[in-house]
Write a protein that binds this ligand. Structure first.
Ligand SMILES: Cc1cc2nc3c(=O)[nH]c(=O)nc-3n(C[C@H](O)[C@H](O)[C@H](O)COP(=O)(O)O)c2cc1C
Length: 353
């Protein structure tokens, strides 16, 4: 099967797959305050990743490009990103690096949104040269390098040898002129991974946790035999991935993604230290149902909801959210206890306010 057909399969199965898990967000309970002394008009949604200013903490995460029929999706997503002021990541640009005729399927996002924040995307096993070409292709402000070992292994035609990826990432981080984000694609990250990335100089990570789009499920559905349902729960949820950050003293600008359902999930990730939040599968579904207009409406609504929750909590900025008390229960609490993550640190009352 060609890379183009595979990309179309991913879209088809991402749209048809039902979700039977959560990113553990329901284990997180935000402490309500009855006297927040706040006003919605004072809430500011801007944030910073890799020294770049984002007008909103929400961004459209990497999905598509690389086949002629996806040009329309990228055009519409870019239009929605422009109207709502959010950043947009394109899908893996490997296809266009191999076949330049596909360049326009990515380039369209820059044509439609010349001033916006555009994030390029490649697998983390790339050369510096290809990373530079990917950035040039869409005049990217940043580049995502994705990690997807479980997906490759379940994909019949996928990679089977993952040696040397850390070294590739190190080279790209060192030699690229734009900030690099290392991201997972829905299997989450652990402190073991964070430590490896920190040691080679990575400064931006997207935890890409379990709970939303499930690439083991998608790849299994593409197979002729149904071999891998036993791996559907593989990986760390988005919440657990964020909690794992407590185990290291890290320098990262943290991005949360994977199974984000609504503005409350977004706020919870930001209480756990995320500075931005990526959404992929739900945006694809909104686009399939209602086009660019549906995506615009959803993002506008999320912005409104973020401000409503921030007003209830008495915080004005995304950064201030990281000091809001949060109680952790259920499976996430069990995970913390087993891994030595201090849950009391998050629940501490804010007596100073
Ligand atoms: C159809 C589809 C294609 C995707 N392609 C890519 C890709 O090319 N590169 C990448 O880094 N992530 C890719 N992703 C993963 C998303 O960026 C994101 O990490 C993952 O879907 C989890 O977020 P979600 O639960 O909001 O969908 C893709 C996701 C979907 C739904």
């Amino acid at each position: 099967m060609s890379r183009e057909d595979r990309k179309l399969d991913h879209i088809k199965f991402a749209l048809s797959t039902t979700r039977d898990e959560t990113g553990d967000f329901d284990d997180l309970h935000v402490v309500h305050r009855s006297l927040p002394e706040s006003a919605m008009e004072n809430c500011q949604l801007d944030t910073q990743i890799g020294g770049l200013k984002f007008g909103s903490p929400i961004f459209i995460n990497a999905m598509t490009g690389g086949s002629i029929s996806t040009i329309e999706i990228n055009r519409d997503l870019a239009a929605a990103a422009k109207t709502t002021g959010v950043a947009l990541a394109v899908g893996s640009q490997r296809a266009a690096l191999s076949n330049p005729q596909l360049t326009e399927t990515y380039r369209i996002v820059r044509t439609v949104n010349p001033e916006g924040v555009i994030i390029g995307n490649l697998g983390a096993d790339t050369t510096v040269e290809d990373a530079k070409r990917a950035v040039e292709m869409v005049e990217a402000n940043m580049l995502q390098l994705h990690l997807n070992v479980p997906q490759e292994l379940v994909m019949p035609e996928g990679d089977r040898d993952f040696r040397g990826i850390l070294r590739s990432i190190e080279q790209v981080v060192r030699h690229l002129a734009v900030p690099v984000i290392v991201k997972e694609v829905g299997f989450g990250m652990s402190s073991e991974t964070y430590r490896q990335l920190m040691e080679i100089g990575v400064s931006q990570i997207d935890v890409g946790g379990r709970g939303g789009t499930n690439f083991i499920r998608i790849e299994n559905q593409r197979r002729t035999s149904d071999d891998y349902p036993f791996l559907y729960g593989w990986g760390q949820s988005t919440v657990v991935s964020l909690l794992e950050l407590q185990l290291i003293k890290h320098p990262f600008d943290v991005i949360a993604s994977g199974g984000i359902r609504n503005a409350l999930d977004m706020v919870k990730t930001m209480i756990l230290g995320a500075k931005a939040v990526g959404v992929a599968g739900p945006i694809l579904r909104l686009h399939a149902e209602a086009g660019a207009e549906g995506v615009i409406q959803a993002i506008d609504t999320w912005h409104e909801h973020l401000k409503i929750i921030m007003t209830m909590l008495g915080v004005r900025t995304i950064r201030e959210l990281s000091s809001v008390p949060l109680v952790i229960t259920g499976k996430s609490k069990d995970w913390c206890l087993a891994r030595g993550i201090d849950i009391h640190r998050y629940a501490k009352p804010l007596h100073s306010l």
